[in-house]
Design a protein around this ligand. Structure first.
Ligand code: ATR
Length: 294
């Protein structure tokens, strides 16, 4: 490992054997993924580069064919491509299929596209790293029923969680999420609810996860207070900027444990990194560098 390379990811210039990785999104300029992957690649001395590609939805198919034609090793996808990538894959990981979203693609040596979802296990990795809990005995409330919620709920179910309430402004969407996932996790008890504080089982909830983007800079905060949660509850937000959303601030002030979305961001990246390189990302060092940048 080379500290110099880590400090300066471009200390070794690309050459004829450099493999290319990247992230596609629209927009994508805000993505932190290049700042996560390039230092990690340099740290491990891997001759690879990770770039951000702004891909308009109507160019998704041609962009992906181009990546295959150019011999790229793989790529991540962010909004709005995660669902649209599904039918373009030659092989789908069963979890990605269940969630209905692909965030990591591996292009194998035959040019076949293999689609994965690392958001789901990435969330659980981040949770277990910061606050190890026995998920089988943890009643959970997930706020939101969009793409991010699908990843979080599926990750929790895969990790053995048995009791999840999905609360959403549009309850039909929460019911659909449950209808899609429940058949694969028959022992789990899943229920949907409207996003209304007085209708949620907060007193018995040990893990509350906000997957809506309410609380992002400039956005209104959630219409929900953590006051009725028990004192052993952990409150998570998938948002990492600001590092403490109004929900996390209220929970902390109440003496509850909190976790923002940075760990999930790092761990979904770490899982993708391993799929592409076969190596472990130096997560602690990458986190330290990222915190400096943020
Ligand atoms: P993502 O992929 O980030 O989850 P999404 O699929 O657009 O994005 O989902 C956004 C989530 O935030 C949804 O659960 C959405 O609720 P609806 O399904 O009712 O739209 C939720 N959300 C967005 N704005 C909201 C608001 N002002 N109040 C409550 N929930 C909101």
């Amino acid at each position: 490992m080379s500290t110099t390379a880590f400090d300066n990811p471009f200390s070794r210039l690309p050459d004829g054997q450099t493999r290319l990785l990247g992230v596609i999104g629209h927009p994508v300029t805000h993505s932190l993924s290049p700042a996560i992957h390039n230092p990690a690649l340099a740290w491990l001395g891997l001759n690879m580069r990770y770039l951000a590609f702004p891909v308009h939805p109507e160019h998704l198919h041609s962009a992906v064919r181009g990546f295959v034609a150019m011999g790229m090793l793989g790529f991540n996808a962010t909004v709005p491509h995660k669902e649209a990538l599904l039918p373009l894959m030659d092989w789908l990981d069963p979890l990605a299929q269940r969630i209905g979203a692909v965030n990591t693609v591996l292009i194998d040596p035959q040019g076949q596209l293999r689609g994965y979802n690392t958001d789901a296990p990435g969330f659980v990795d981040a949770l277990q790293e910061s606050h190890p809990v026995l998920l089988a005995q943890t009643p959970v409330i997930v706020l939101g029923a969009g793409g991010a919620a699908r990843g979080v709920v599926a990750g929790l179910l895969e990790a053995g969680c048995q009791q999840i309430t999905v609360a959403n402004r549009t309850p039909e969407r929460a019911a659909q999420l449950i209808a899609d996932l429940a058949p694969h996790y028959r022992t789990a008890h899943l229920q949907s609810a409207p996003l209304q504080e007085n209708l949620l089982p907060l007193e018995t909830c040990h893990l509350l996860v906000n997957t809506t983007l309410l609380g992002l800079h400039g956005d209104p905060s959630l219409p929900l207070s953590p006051q009725r949660l028990p004192k052993q509850a952990l409150v998570c937000d998938i948002v990492y900027a600001p590092p403490e959303t109004p929900l996390l601030q209220a929970a902390r002030q109440q003496g509850l444990a909190t976790l923002n979305g940075l760990g999930m961001l790092l761990h979904q990246a770490s899982r993708a990194f391993t799929l592409w390189t076969g190596q472990n990302m130096p997560v602690a060092a990458v986190r330290e560098r990222l915190l400096g940048l943020l």
